[in-house]
Write a protein that binds this ligand. Structure first.
Ligand code: CA
Length: 228
């Protein structure tokens, strides 16, 4: 049975979430502080749903400590006042986030999406497919609905990074790291470079670059590729 660990100190939030996840067939454990969350998460659940505002140890510290030992997928739950923390959390290696308030259905959808990505494997293969976009990695070729598209090597790297984990939110710093091998400490100019690459890619792969279906902006955070 697929085990989901839910770390949330407010039962008014965790109860309906746990119920919804159990209805989906997941085996759900709930813990209510950060220390317990870290301890339980090290016992290898299949996924961790982690509130950032936890007693004893906050969610970012849990993520930081956990990532030393574990690559368990993490979906962070953030309150509006913690909006800037979600960026830190994604940089630390969380897979996705939801901002409160959200419905149990939204969480279930995100959990399913994470497991879909895992089932597909890390996607290190020669061909990456997402929707009608296909990457031939060794040849650095892109086709959209069978039509070949010319891209630069930077655009190709950016696109393959996003497409290998469809649905995952990437910050600009993570994308910079993928492209240049280092993060976004170089400032706003590099972040704007990512935006420029994405703009070019949209022009090349989207039917309507102004209403993209694949390469979506996550406002204030970065980008995600969706194959839905
Ligand atoms: Ca909380």
């Amino acid at each position: 049975m697929t085990k989901v660990l839910l770390a949330e100190d407010d039962p008014a939030i965790s109860d309906p979430l746990a119920r919804a996840l159990r209805r989906e067939g997941y085996d759900v454990d709930v813990c209510t502080d950060g220390v317990a969350a870290l301890e339980e998460a090290l016992r290898a659940p299949d996924l961790l749903v982690l509130d950032l505002g936890l007693p004893k140890m906050d969610g970012l510290d849990v993520t930081r400590a956990l990532r030393q030992h574990s690559s368990v997928p993490i979906i962070m739950l953030t309150a509006r006042v913690e909006e800037s923390d979600k960026l830190v959390g994604l940089e630390l290696g969380a897979d996705d986030y939801l901002t409160k308030p959200f419905s149990p259905r939204e969480l279930v959808a995100r959990v399913r999406a994470v497991f879909r990505r895992i089932d597909r494997g890390p996607g290190r293969g020669d061909v990456v497919r997402a929707g009608d976009v296909v990457l031939d990695v060794p040849r650095m070729r892109v086709t959209v609905a069978g039509r070949p598209v010319e891209v630069t090597s930077t655009e190709f790297t950016l696109l393959s990074t996003l497409m290998r984990q469809p649905g995952r939110v990437f910050t600009r710093a993570l994308l910079l790291d993928a492209v240049h091998g280092h993060g976004g400490d170089e400032g706003a100019a590099f972040a704007r470079a990512v935006d420029a690459h994405v703009k070019n890619l949209r022009r090349k792969i989207e039917a309507d670059p102004h209403a993209p279906r694949h390469l979506l902006t996550v406002y204030g955070v970065g980008y995600r590729f969706t194959d839905l």
